[in-house]
Design a protein around this ligand. Structure first.
Ligand code: SF4
Length: 397
């Protein structure tokens, strides 16, 4: 999918922008000054697929341990700074890879300038986020906002978009006045439609890389819909260089869902198995939901090559999905018929399905690793088995 061309910035060994892959970020939820716990959380997020992890540094005791934390982890670390510009200076001194700064939360433009100069010396970028506070007032602020408001008058909440774009312009004037362009932009709101609107505008007006996110999206159950609808729409139109999904929940879920979003859009190469499963219906012939849960958990633990695995509740769509998958099971009369690379390998009782399916996945993983076979190869075209107890009456719509 074509992506909008942006400048590039470097965050440790991760490139953001240009033709670099879209990266996934998250933020630790515990106290940064609790070094062991913070390191453990960063490593868990990295293991889940986070490319970059952000930590809050509200107090000096947080920046005081940053160097130690950075020495114990393998992902770039961003220091999230609000209110105290000295925390940013201390974080830069500690070797942090990027600063997230909200200029509106710092009292004095000279303090912002001090952070800009320190980042320039250390060759690290700054993410500028917008909010409703401001340290920098344009002389023509009122006039500019009125111009922008009329530009956005055809949109719901046009005044809010106008205010946020004006704010980004105000902040950028300060950074660009010091010839600082090592910048990433974000403008987060909680309304998915406004997030799409504001990022579309940012992408038209600026060539800085964009950090996408929906703020205060809520718990995962609802926040995932809110976030994925906005970020999926933007990414599918080529907008966005790095993403952070944020939930009122364990940040590992943010990373897992961000990675899966990029996988689904073809913006990230899948690591590990891809699970396809039917939604179940009145034709179901096994306890499908528990089987799918168990398969998913085991695949996450045991498989790291992108094997496509299908788990289907009956023969209606079982053969079709089995044909498209590398390893598949479809159920029939409390039994499971297992296919590997298009070849029928077993017809077993329901309570043996999980173990056999995983065994076949592991065997295939070994064969792929050794070069004996490759994923996607199929031996035969699959048709519904003649001994099936189910009559095929129709296919899914
Ligand atoms: Fe699953 Fe489709 Fe069979 Fe229903 S008809 S059990 S949804 S495969």
């Amino acid at each position: 999918m074509p992506r909008r061309k942006t400048r590039q910035i470097r965050v440790g060994d991760v490139i953001i922008g240009g033709d670099a892959p879209v990266s996934v970020q998250s933020m630790t939820s515990g106290y940064t000054h609790d070094v062991d716990q913070c390191v453990a959380e960063i490593n868990t997020l990295a293991h889940a697929g986070a490319d970059i992890v952000r930590v809050a540094v509200p107090e000096k005791k947080d920046t005081a341990v940053l160097a130690e934390i950075i020495s114990q982890v393998n992902v770039p670390i961003v220091a999230d700074v609000h209110f105290h510009f000295k925390r940013a200076l201390e974080a830069i001194e500690a070797g942090v890879h990027k600063i997230r700064l909200n200029p509106g939360n710092i009292d004095d433009v000279e303090q912002v300038n001090a952070v800009i100069d320190a980042c320039k010396s250390a060759s690290i970028p700054i993410r500028i986020g917008v909010n409703e506070g401001s340290v920098v007032e344009r002389k023509d602020k009122q006039k500019r906002q009125e111009e922008l408001a009329s530009f956005f008058s055809d949109r719901a909440h046009g005044h809010l978009l106008a205010m946020m774009i004006a704010k980004v312009e105000e902040y950028l004037e300060v950074f660009e006045a010091r010839d600082f362009h090592d910048i990433c932009l974000s403008a987060k709101l909680m309304d998915a439609r406004l997030v799409i609107d504001i990022y579309e505008e940012l992408s038209k007006r600026f060539d800085y890389p964009l950090h996408l996110g929906v703020t205060h999206a809520g718990p995962r159950e609802t926040g995932s819909i809110r976030s994925i609808s906005a970020l999926g729409s933007l990414l599918s139109h080529g907008i966005g260089d790095t993403i952070r999904i944020s939930y009122a929940s364990d940040p590992v879920f943010e990373v897992e869902d961000g990675v899966e979003l990029l996988n689904c859009l073809g913006l990230r190469e899948r690591v590990g198995a891809e699970l396809i499963a039917c939604p179940s219906c009145g034709r179901i012939q096994v306890d499908l939901f528990s089987l799918v849960d168990n398969v998913r958990n085991q695949l996450q633990n045991d498989i790291d090559v992108p094997i496509k695995v299908a788990v289907m509740g009956c023969v209606v769509n079982g053969p079709g999905e089995a044909e498209g998958a590398d390893v598949a099971v479809f159920a029939g009369d409390r039994r499971g018929i297992i296919y590997v690379q298009g070849e029928r390998v077993a017809n077993i009782p329901e309570d043996e399905i999980l173990e056999r399916l995983l065994k076949e996945c592991k065997t295939l993983q070994e064969k792929v690793r050794s070069g004996e076979t490759k994923l996607g190869d199929k031996a035969v075209t699959i048709v519904a088995p003649p001994d099936s107890a189910v009559t095929i009456e129709g296919q899914h719509q």
